[in-house]
Design a protein. Structure first.
Length: 136
């Protein structure tokens, strides 16, 4: 696996970003847009996936990174659960549900594979602040 130097390079983060954009679009109109509780919760779950990947990458140790990836994966599960509520209430179509669910499953699988990789390479190097070049 090539060295990742920024969280934006992580495929799972990229997928989570796509998922977040998709759910923001789905929740801004109609009955979903007026259900402030569910709208806020499902948006927070999507944002949590990408945020925890980023926060973990920027953490101090690989063990902390793996912990944050676990939180991101849990948020992906929360997101999928809330999608069922959204579909059951008729806020989204079956097609919209399927598209978002596929993305949520994809990001969950990507995170799982990334965790397995990191656990199998405990000595892998990550860019640290002390190795970064800054221009002032």
């Amino acid at each position: 696996m090539p060295t990742i130097t920024r969280f934006e390079e992580i495929e799972a983060w990229q997928t989570a970003r796509e998922l977040t954009k998709q759910i923001y679009s789905l929740t801004e109109r109609g009955a979903f847009g007026r259900d402030f509780g569910l709208k806020d919760q499902i948006r927070r779950a999507a944002v949590s996936v990408m945020s925890n990947i980023a926060e973990g990458f920027e953490s101090q140790t690989q063990q902390q990174f793996i912990r944050y990836l676990g939180i991101a994966k849990a948020s992906a599960g929360e997101f999928r659960s809330q999608l069922y509520v959204s579909r059951d209430l008729g806020y989204i179509t079956v097609e919209q549900f399927d598209d978002a669910f596929r993305l949520a499953e994809k990001v969950s699988r990507q995170i799982s594979r990334f965790i397995m990789y990191l656990e199998s390479h405990p000595q892998s190097q990550r860019v640290r602040e002390d190795r970064a070049d800054y221009e002032v």
